[in-house]
Structures are given as structure tokens and as C-alpha cells.
Design a protein around this ligand. Structure first.
Ligand code: DGJ
Length: 359
């Protein structure tokens, strides 16, 4: 095992994809399933702190800061788990894929993440929200919840709502049959979770040019993605949401806009094992979303280079950087990172493997 405290390569000129990425103190950066927010002239990288032997949250969300995307200063724990028994973010819960956005109107930094309550596996399927006055935190936990209880997706007209309302889980016990697929399409799981709220697992956040923000998450037992609009303070859902790729089993959504087109890169659902990336585009955040072939090229392109998408960072010059995690479930802390600038071919994003990148 490599030594985290080994101080070689203190000022990296390149980042080696899949290598050990050290912060300014020489330690392997511990910010998995992460995302980046730029505030002022500084990039803030938020991600899951992972332990040596468990993927559960024993510490919380880490924050690192950099001015050049290459040299990262450890800003410490941005959102800390707690030892209070029964608390939503009790130490040992599952807290994944944290993302932070800045709200220009309130002046607050808003963090959303996927939360699973301690001891309940992946059954809670909630999102959590925390807020801070400074980018690096400390973030104050506000609440956790299922999503959009009591509301149908915007594409369901009166008739579709009435049909969805009649769907009964007892009639569709077997998954993946043609009739089950049809029922999923019509909202079988949306109806099942209508009153309690929709499931919310792998997620990202996106702020559009008009300042509206969206929460994009794997819902309906990871079978269908939801895109939900956030309130002006970025702390709640408005109740407006749309479904994407119903029955498509997408996780790990990462979204960006290029020349007016919305692009989303996702993965399939194979736990910590890598699989082939998927890609979608739409003329509006509300769709319609069209699926495209895998954007990855090069060795292990059919397994996303052994990684899984987590975020796409758009730079001020319009370039986009695809970010992925190479998970190490047996040594979660030692999971690695892949960052690759996105190219465009025939107006479509292409992610071509690179051993090293520099910014
Ligand atoms: C895949 C998800 O993308 C990860 O964030 C994590 O939840 C794992 N599944 C757990 O198996």
C-alpha cells in the first residue's frame, strides 16, 4: 500500500488519472463521489470522506481548495457526521455524492447529498441538505427527505395522472417483464411512492444560466432518473420535476450545457463495479432527453476506464472536465480519480482516455 504521508510530488504539474492525488500536505485527497464549485478565484472540491475499511460515513464531507485545479489545500471537514443517536447524519450512515452550489441571492452555500440512515442499508433513499456562510463550511445540516411527495411529474397530464393513480404494485410482482416495463413507464413506482415522496439516491446539482437550480437523482429504485427544480433559495424542491429514461437504470448523473444543449453522462447500476457510461442530450432541462452511444474512447472505454461518473466541471472558457471515481470497495479511502477534458466530435461529447492531464 502506498504511503499517504509520503511527500513526493508536492507541486504536481500533471495529474495522473488513476494515480495517487496528493493534497498540499502530501496526503491522498479524500473527496470521493465529489463535485467542484468555483467561488471567486478558487475552486472548492467537495466529496465523501472514505475510511480504510468501510464506505459508510465515519467523518463526513471533505472540502479541498485550489486556484489551479492541480494543487489542493485540505480545508478539512465541511459537513461533519454526528454522534447523536438516531440523528439523520449519525456517524456510520451512508452519505454519498455531496454537491455544493452558491446562491447569489441569499449569499449561502447549499450542499445536497444522498443520505441513507444508519443501519438501514440503502432503504431510506433520501437526499440531505446543509447550508453554510462560507464555501469551506462548516455546513449546518438542515433536513433529509424523500422527494416531491404528493406531486406527479410535469409531463403527466390529467389522464396520465389518473392512469398512474390506478397502478398497483400487487399486479407487478415480477420485474423486467414487458407489462412491468409498461407500468414503470406509466409511473408504477411514482404512484407507489407518491404519498411518502420519491426515492432519491445518486445525485448531482445544476445551476442554469437563469440562476434556476436543479437536483438530478436516481429515483424509483434506481430504475428512473428525476430532474427536480429547486426553490429560489436552493434549499427545497418546488414540486416541479420530470422523469428521464424511465426503466433505464441510470446512476451517477453528471450534467453540463454546451452551445445551448444539455448533456448528461450517467452509469449503469452495478454497485461499486464499473460499467459502460451512458450519455443523453436535451434541448431543455425538461427534455425530451435522447440517448446517445457511450462517449468514452480508448482502453477500458466500455467500462468507463474502470471508473464511474461523478461530475462535469465547466470552466470559464467553456471547456468541460469529466470527473469520475475508480472505486476501491475493499479499501474505500484508496479510491482514485479520473479527470478528462471533454472533446467534441460531430457536435457530440467525446471522452478520450488520457494517462495524464494538466490545466
Ligand atoms: C453505485 C453508486 O453510484 C455509488 O455512489 C454507491 O452508492 C454504490 N453504488 C454502492 O454500491
Amino acid at each position: 500500500m502506498e504511503n499517504y504521508w509520503n511527500k513526493q510530488q508536492q507541486k504536481p504539474h500533471t495529474l495522473r488519472n488513476g494515480g495517487l492525488w496528493r493534497d498540499e500536505s502530501g496526503r491522498h485527497i479524500n473527496a470521493h463521489g465529489g463535485g467542484i464549485m468555483k467561488y471567486g478565484d478558487t475552486y472548492y472540491w467537495f466529496g465523501e470522506h472514505k475510511d480504510d475499511h468501510t464506505s459508510n460515513a465515519m467523518v463526513g464531507v471533505m472540502c479541498y481548495a485550489s486556484k489551479d485545479l492541480m494543487n489542493w489545500r485540505n480545508c478539512g471537514v465541511a459537513l461533519s457526521v454526528t454522534d447523536e443517536r438516531g440523528h439523520d447524519i449519525e456517524r456510520g450512515c451512508i452519505l454519498e455524492r455531496p454537491k455544493v452550489i452558491y446562491n447569489k441571492v441569499t449569499g449561502k452555500f447549499c450542499m445536497w447529498f444522498h443520505l441513507e440512515l444508519k443501519g438501514r442499508g440503502y432503504n431510506a433513499a433520501r437526499y440531505g441538505v446543509a447550508v453554510a456562510d462560507r464555501p469551506e463550511g462548516p455546513y449546518k445540516f438542515l433536513y433529509s427527505s424523500r422527494a416531491n411527495a404528493g406531486t406527479w411529474p410535469i409531463e403527466f397530464d390529467k389522464k396520465a395522472c389518473a392512469i398512474a393513480d390506478t397502478l398497483n404494485m400487487d399486479n407487478y410482482k415480477k420485474w423486467w417483464t414487458p407489462s412491468w416495463r409498461k407500468a414503470i413507464d406509466k409511473g408504477l413506482f411514482v404512484k407507489r411512492d407518491f404519498a411518502a415522496g420519491q426515492m432519491s439516491r445518486d445525485m448531482t446539482l445544476y445551476i442554469d444560466d437563469d440562476g434556476k437550480a436543479y437536483h438530478i437523482f436516481a429515483s424509483e429504485d434506481n430504475v428512473t432518473l428525476h430532474i427536480a427544480e429547486l426553490t429560489a433559495d436552493y434549499l427545497h424542491h418546488t414540486g416541479r420535476y420530470t422523469r428521464v429514461a424511465s426503466g433505464g437504470q441510470n446512476e451517477a448523473p453528471a450534467i453540463f450545457k454546451h452551445d445551448g444543449t444539455y448533456w448528461m453522462i450517467t452509469s449503469g447500476c452495478t454497485g461499486w463495479e464499473p460499467n459502460e457510461a451512458r450519455m443523453f442530450s436535451a434541448p431543455s432541462i425538461w427534455g425530451p432527453w435522447t440517448q446517445h452511444p457511450n462517449p468514452c474512447r480508448g482502453p477500458k472505454a466500455e467500462k468507463t476506464f474502470n471508473g464511474q461518473s461523478t461530475f462535469v466541471l465547466t470552466l470559464e472558457d467553456g471547456r468541460h472536465i469529466f470527473m469520475a471515481d475508480i472505486w476501491r470497495p475493499r479499501h474505500p479511502r484508496d479510491a482514485r480519480y479520473i479527470w478528462i477534458p471533454i472533446e467534441f466530435e460531430d457536435n457530440k461529447p467525446v471522452i478520450r482516455w488520457r494517462d495524464e492531464v494538466t490545466f
